[in-house]
Design a protein around this ligand. Structure first.
Ligand code: HEM
Length: 185
């Protein structure tokens, strides 16, 4: 049985990851609307995304070694494959990993804009998996999950607003770019 402190740390790191990822999405959206602040917002988006990823890794490590306690690597893989809420969390983490890696300039310069954009959209799927993870977990609060899902849907829908409505001229700036490329623009 895990101690209250370990369970508390698992929850704290998990929620920190969720809120940092949502903050990163909000900054990404804001950078489309606030042209003057674009460079700063893109830099902060990257930092928030990395904080979210590192917190998720810390969370998963504490959860695996302190809460779930599988006695071997084989058992750990069995738990991940067979317990639905753990599987959702592991899939989310797997999706977030290439996103985090390509936020480093050397790697994101290699993947190209189109690949980076496709990867970047995966963050919405990752957050959906995280919400399924929380909802199916042992201490779920459905109201909180619904509230977070609503925020994410609003952020996603707001991205569908055509750029021409956001800006007076729509062709004078590139679309979303990898952070290593656009942070200086
Ligand atoms: C291999 C990956 C993961 C594992 C093994 C894992 C494991 C766990 C476990 C065991 C709990 C329940 C702790 C308890 O109440 O006793 C939990 C809760 C939680 N997890 Fe994960 N998790 C993983 C990935 C993630 C990711 C990627 C996120 C967020 C980005 C996340 C966010 C959360 C949150 C917010 C809670 C707290 C839910 C609540 O307060 O009811 N988890 N996780």
């Amino acid at each position: 049985m895990a101690s209250d402190a370990i369970v508390g740390l698992t929850h704290l790191s998990g929620w920190l990851a969720v809120f940092a990822l949502i903050a990163s999405l909000a900054m990404s959206l804001a950078s489309r609307f606030l042209r003057d602040q674009r460079a700063r917002l893109v830099a902060w988006r990257r930092i928030a995304g990395l904080v979210g990823f590192v917190s998720a890794v810390v969370h998963a490590s504490i959860a695996l070694t302190g809460v779930l306690w599988p006695p071997s690597v084989d058992e750990a893989l069995t738990v991940i494959a067979s317990v639905p809420y753990v599987r959702h969390g592991a899939l989310a983490l797997a999706l977030l990993t290439p996103l985090a890696l390509t936020s480093f300039p050397k790697l994101n310069a290699r993947v190209g804009l189109r690949t980076w954009e496709t990867l970047h959209r995966g963050v919405y799927l990752a957050i959906a998996l995280v919400l399924a993870h929380v909802l199916a977990g042992p201490s779920a609060d459905p109201r909180l999950v619904i509230a977070i899902a609503a925020i994410v849907i609003v952020l996603l829908l707001a991205r569908l607003v055509p750029r021409s409505r956001v800006r007076e001229t729509s062709d004078d700036e590139p679309r979303d770019q990898p952070p290593g490329l656009d942070a200086t623009k």
